[in-house]
Design a protein around this ligand. Structure first.
Ligand code: G6P
Length: 458
């Protein structure tokens, strides 16, 4: 089997002695897929992301103990245009509904060049796959960075069994028309060259409707919805580790005997972090009984800082947290603890500890954190969950729904979650934990392979 993703399972760091150390690749897709495929004799094709990755490729050191790793040292300009401009500033914004349409996007000659670069990067991936795939091999292409790979493979290697899985939502028919015509046509046509998968039937349906509208037919490769799940054993083993215990102790000291609202997110506009703080502020205003009795622990970490929007958003997040603290803090109470250098062990400690986990994205393909939290929590914690997250399909019955744009509703959802009687908290938390483990990451991978091979769900 060949797995294909923009970020790879390993990243490399140059050492002062001229060698390289190997580390686990970043990002949710990698943390889910890596343990499943390690040692399974899989080939993995990915991009060299950092300067050190590129140096490791040049030195022949970009290898893995767990995979047959093919790291591509792409043309640097092409790669930047592919990642910053097309993937992140356009496709990510499109599918998450982040465009400010009166101002952006405006597709000019610079974008046309970036789109060509996106095509060349996708071609480079397809060429590497084509050169290394056995006859009829299964190829699992991950995410919006690589949406043109199915079409390129259909040309080069029609014998391969391909599935494409998009981890983001898919935009609807009103939004697809924002893209230049040839961009929309090429993307939709490529994804339809194979089975196209999403975390939620909502996104699969949106893709179908876009395809019908733009290309006048249903996608020939078919669509499927299969949500990524957690790996219960790996997650438990990680959360039981010594580092998490140490972080849990620090967290307990910071929270004291107060209630804890926790969030764990990349600093990312679609995660709606600023409205989360504003809703908390409103709750403190409307429900004075919570003042000094609750702490909002925001465990966040920087992301995509090559884009001005993300740098600006980080400032907005910091300012929004500061405003709440300026308004409400007392001598021995800091209402928001903002940690923008979050680490994985600290996140896991936060997920074990929360009384309320706030997950309020504007739109989210799945949101694995919601499932990880529901599964790991040991505090009869409640998940306050945006209806616009794919994970709402599975957790919605036991979660407290959040309307991501409605601050008043979000404030009430936080209040209701904090104020819930112990018996109801316990019942909901137990149910959340069950629901979070219904679909495991193994189920997801098995389904993806079946779809690539043209078999419907089990
Ligand atoms: C989302 C995407 C992933 C991506 C991750 C981190 O989860 O679906 O494909 O890897 O965000 O984003 P980054 O741009 O840092 O890879």
């Amino acid at each position: 089997m060949i797995v294909v993703s923009h970020r790879g399972p390993e990243r490399f760091e140059a050492t002062t002695s001229g060698g390289f150390t190997r580390h686990r690749g970043a990002g949710g897709v990698i943390s889910a897929l890596r343990p499943l495929l390690a040692g399974a004799d899989a080939k993995w094709v990915a991009a060299a992301i950092s300067t050190d990755d590129r140096a490791a490729v040049a030195a022949g050191a970009a290898t893995s103990e767990d995979f047959d790793l093919h790291l591509l040292a792409l043309d640097e300009d092409d790669h930047r245009l592919h990642y910053d401009v097309v993937s992140n500033a356009v496709l990510w914004f499109l599918h998450h509904g982040l465009f400010e349409l009166p101002r952006r996007p405006a597709f000019d000659r610079h974008f046309a060049e970036a789109w060509d670069a996106y095509g060349r990067v996708n071609e480079a991936f397809a060429a590497e796959i084509a050169a290394n795939a056995a006859e009829g091999e299964t190829v699992l292409v991950q995410d919006y960075h690589l949406a043109l790979v199915p079409a390129a493979l259909a040309q080069r290697r029609p014998d391969l069994q391909v599935a494409f899985f998009q981890h983001t939502p898919h935009c609807g028919p009103n939004s697809i028309g924002v893209l230049p015509d040839r961009v929309a046509t090429d993307l939709l046509a490529s994804m339809a060259r194979c089975a196209a998968g999403f975390h939620s039937p909502r996104w699969a349906r949106a893709f179908e409707v876009c395809h019908e509208m733009v290309l006048g037919s249903a996608p020939a490769g078919g669509t499927f919805a299969t949500p990524l799940g957690i790996d219960p054993d790996a997650l438990t083993a990680n959360a039981d580790g010594a580092e998490v215990a140490a972080e849990a102790k620090n967290l307990d000291e910071a929270i004291g005997d107060r209630k804890a609202i926790v969030r764990v997110d990349r600093i990312e506009p679609s995660k709606n972090i600023v409205r989360g703080f504003r809703a908390y502020d409103l709750m403190l205003e409307e429900h004075p009984e919570w003042r000094e009795r609750v702490v909002f622990v925001a465990l966040v970490y920087p992301s995509r800082e090559g884009l001005a929007e993300y740098l600006a958003y980080r400032q907005e997040v910091e300012q929004a947290a500061q405003r709440v603290n300026d308004r409400w803090a007392t001598g021995d109470w800091q209402p928001v603890i903002l940690d923008a250098h979050d680490t994985y062990p600290r996140s896991l400690a936060g997920l074990r500890r929360y009384d309320v986990l706030l997950v309020n994205p504007i739109r989210d393909g799945l949101n694995l954190v919601a499932k990880e939290g529901a599964f790991l929590n040991r505090h009869d914690g409640i998940v306050a969950l945006s209806r616009e997250a794919g994970a709402f399909d599975e957790l919605g019955d036991a979660a407290v729904p959040v309307h991501p744009y409605d601050l008043t509703q979000t404030a009430e959802a936080l209040h209701q979650s904090l104020a819930m009687e112990p018996a109801e908290r316990h019942a909901r938390a137990t149910r959340l934990q069950e629901l979070a483990a219904v679909h495991t990451s193994r189920d997801w991978l098995d389904d993806l392979v079946r779809r690539a091979e043209g078999v419907s769900a089990a």
